[in-house]
Design a protein around this ligand. Structure first.
Ligand code: XBP
Ligand code: MG
Length: 241
């Protein structure tokens, strides 16, 4: 029986990645770096989950001599870049740069009212979750989510299943009692590795990803209600028997 929804954040709850991209480019400029990520480059770089991991991956790509730097120098620079980026992203969300995806708020409200448990399993930073949901739902946003697992609690990033396994453990539920919502191949692989049936709602950054492992791929959650999702979940669980 379906007892919980587990939501990814970036690209699933809201189309956030253009705002993340602008924040990364702002941080590069602030730090005096001649780096500038285009949408095409960022679409590729999103194959690396986690902003800090993405920065290190890119740095190694453009500066093979990075090895000449000490580990601390590299980590310190990435930490400073990511702090600047996160502050810029938070401000842009507060300024209204990011909208929740269609149907998401209605589904969260309906699921909460129907007694389903709601959780978040994301590789993004906690301050980003708070900025997005405070703006979209209001100061009491946390009341809707029983569990939140993020970059600060699950350091191994998607497609590693750590964030989903920790969410299930804290919910005290088996994967069969839950339904995950994702937007990307990394996220889907992480949820699938944690044995979760997963609904995928692709976006412009992930439309070419491989979603073969998905329980169902739909354009968005617009008009999707709890009853429909219960039926999809039930069919998926029967197919497992
Ligand atoms: C998507 C990510 C994050 C964001 C940037 O997270 O991979 O890294 O792109 O946020 P999700 P940070 O699992 O919600 O799709 O810079 O805070 O990592
Ligand atoms: Mg995502």
């Amino acid at each position: 029986m379906l007892k919980a929804f587990i939501f990814d954040v970036d690209g699933t709850l809201a189309d956030t990645e253009m705002a993340h991209l602008a924040a990364f480019n702002y941080a590069f400029k602030e730090m005096g770096l001649d780096w500038h990520w285009t949408i095409a480059q960022y679409t590729e770089l999103l194959s690396i989950s986690g902003g800090k991991e993405r920065l290190l991956h890119y740095w190694k790509q453009v500066s093979p001599d990075i090895k000449a730097l000490t580990g601390n120098a590299i980590q310190d620079t990435i930490e400073r870049l990511h702090l600047l980026k996160t502050a810029a992203y938070e401000q842009s969300v507060q300024d209204g740069a990011v909208q929740m995806r269609e149907g998401v708020l209605a589904l969260i409200q309906e699921a909460y009212n129907s007694g389903l448990q709601l959780a978040i399993a994301t590789t993004t930073s906690p301050v980003n979750i708070a900025a997005l949901l405070r703006k979209a739902i209001g100061p009491d946003w946390m009341q809707y989510f029983r569990i939140i697992e993020d970059a600060s609690t699950a350091p191994l990033k998607k497609p590693n299943p750590q964030v989903y396994r920790q969410t299930l453990e804290r919910l005290g539920l088996s994967a069969d009692a839950c339904l995950a919502f994702e937007d990307s191949e990394n996220g889907l692989r992480a949820a699938h590795s944690a044995k979760l049936a997963t609904i995928v709602t692709p976006n412009s950054f992930t439309q070419d990803h491989n979603f073969q492992l998905a329980t169902k791929v739909i354009p968005s959650l617009r008009g999707v209600d709890v009853q429909q999702l219960q039926a999809i979940h039930q069919t998926a669980m029967q197919a497992r028997k």
